[in-house]
Design a protein around this ligand. Sequence first.
Ligand code: G3P
Ligand code: CA
Length: 346
Amino acid sequence: MKHLVILAAACLAACTVPSQGRPADTLAGSATSPETTSAKERSAPTLHGDIPIVIAHRGASGLYPEHTAPAYKTAIEQGADFIEPDLVVTSDGVLLARHDNFLSATTDIADHAEFADRKKVRATPLGEKEDWWVDDFTLAEIKTLKARQQFEGREMKYDGLYDILTFDEVMDIALDAAKSGRKVGLHVEAKWPGEFAALGFDMPDLMVAAMDKKGLKAAGIPVYIQCFEPPFLAEFASKSDLPTIQNMVGPPYAAMLGLDYKLEDIHTTGVGAEKSMILNADGTTSDFVERAHKQGLLVHVYTVRDDHPGEGFADSRAEFRALYDAGVDGVWTDYPATGLLVRDAE
Ligand code: G3P
Ligand code: CA
């Protein structure tokens, strides 16, 4: 369980809205400023000169409970280039679209009396945590739950309405969209693959088989595979030619969690960088994107949120603009409409 615990902490670090410390008077400009030009017009220095992709982080999760059908479908309607399912595994080996390996934060499991005695204490880096753990539940049991919003200030009226989705069901949403002429990519993250391997579940095999069975390649659905764990990505690359993204977490957590690998040692298609790696606290931009691009690595960056812009930014539009200006190749956001608005501003 140690590995899972370590990655849980990484997740906690990644999920925390980072403090950019970027002074407002040093911002590159507001998206509404009359003299601003669009990322397209400025030909932002992405690796291949393409416009950066907007990745709907857990769907349009700022608007709907994360990883639900309305969250994904809204992101697609808004024009997101990719939707992002995080994947975990049930006790019967089914890939689920869920960020956490525990269930209390984003489902109504606490209201299910029949599962009350299934709550268990596990150790975490932040202390012991008592919760319901996804690998203790079958898919049939998970399907009796409904999703809920976990973040204060976001719309709660959808709580209790939507099912927990399998990876198959997320792929079906993308395939259905493609059939109706709206092609959206899948930016898929394997969560805790080392831990699930210890439980007997080979996530690379499960994922490759699931995607092959759905015919994503034949349907022309673009796919990225991302993970914080290098061994998973190495194994996946040995079994698939899909592009891989090595997720990275910034200080101090990288060193604390054993995820302090050097950019120069990464040989995936790209990296998933935390925002503070690119935007310095003093209002300047780091050399991270330049170094990554020099190695031929794409840079995707997480996570921009309208309701929690990075410290020092007037709003998320300014934050998107700064990241596009820095040359990132993609941005994860809970609010894809805003990311697209800034990117495509005329
Ligand atoms: O996967 C990278 C990005 O999604 C941010 O991480 O913790 O929200 O999955 P997380
Ligand atoms: Ca993710």
